[in-house]
Design a protein around this ligand. Structure first.
Ligand SMILES: Nc1ncnc2c1ncn2[C@@H]1O[C@H](COP(=O)(O)OP(=O)(O)O)[C@@H](O)[C@H]1O
Ligand SMILES: [Mg+2]
Length: 249
């Protein structure tokens, strides 16, 4: 499959902090992949996601998405690039509380001037996929956390972004809501071909990905592939890998 994102020797040091948050990271994301980025708190996962998605800039290295060199984008063009190419889900849902669920999901399309009939059809179809069809006329404040995060996920992919970036999307959810969200993300990946890069400290959440990069101290320590294993077996393999890495500390 085509390489959508490539990062070459990317490092990041924050001005206030002498320790490297990212230390010479090279990786690729191919079209259609579901990648998990795992690692303990402070290992650089959020920094990686921010730098790969133009939210933040790297200190050195090269990042390309869809043939565009991110280093060459100024702030305005980076914002345009994000809007046109990328989708985001964060631990906090960031829905607009004064808009209905339908309106929240429709916002990115409405801003683009898509005709309202097309918007309605697209929103309906995604709402079904994300199990929120019966919530469309409600407001975010009337929904459970799990439902809110599924609305956020629908909004994030309504414009069919080249890559969906998710930072600890299950971080605020109870385990059954987390499982529901992970299943819907996994389905969007398989059935819509949505390319996903998901950051999580949680091995269970990571076990829904096809390929996992494990981070420590801003570096990639190891890579694991699901490779046809059941999710349960993949989860066990991830836990084994983490305990081996911990033993070698
Ligand atoms: N805005 C910031 N300023 C200074 N240091 C930061 C900032 N954000 C993160 N860091 C540091 O960078 C390292 C990686 O952090 P982060 O990417 O947030 O890790 P993770 O998401 O894996 O918990 C940590 O040592 C953290 O303290
Ligand atoms: Mg983080």
């Amino acid at each position: 499959m085509q390489v959508l994102l490539s990062a070459q020797e990317v490092s990041k040091t924050y001005a206030s902090n002498p320790k490297k948050a990212l230390d010479n990271v090279s990786m690729e994301v191919r079209a259609g992949e579901f990648i998990g980025i795992m690692g303990a708190s402070g290992s650089g996962k959020t920094t990686l996601l921010n730098v790969l998605s133009t939210i933040d800039t790297s200190s050195s290295g090269e990042i390309m998405i869809n043939g565009v060199h991110l280093n060459q984008l100024d702030d305005t063009r980076a914002a345009d690039f994000r809007r046109d190419n990328l989708g985001f889900i964060f631990q906090d849902y960031f829905l607009l509380d004064s808009l209905t669920v339908h309106q929240n999901i429709a916002v990115p399309l409405a801003l683009q001037g898509v005709p309202s009939e097309t918007v309605d059809q697209t929103v309906q179809a995604l709402a079904e996929r994300f199990l929120i069809s019966s919530q469309l006329s409600k407001y975010p404040g009337e929904l459970s956390g799990g439902q809110r995060q599924r609305v956020a996920a629908a909004r994030a992919i309504v414009k069919r972004p080249a890559i969906l970036f998710a930072d600890e999307p299950t971080g605020a959810l109870d385990s059954s809501s987390a499982t529901e969200l992970l299943h819907t993300l996994s389905e969007a990946n398989r059935e819509l071909g949505t390319t996903i890069l998901m950051v999580t400290h949680d091995a269970y959440a990571a076990s829904f990905a096809e390929r996992i990069l494990i981070f420590k101290d801003g570096r990639i320590l190891s890579e694991l592939r699901q490779a046809g294993r059941t999710r349960q077996n993949f989860y066990t393999a991830i836990m084994d890998q983490i305990s081996v890495l911990d033993d070698n500390r």
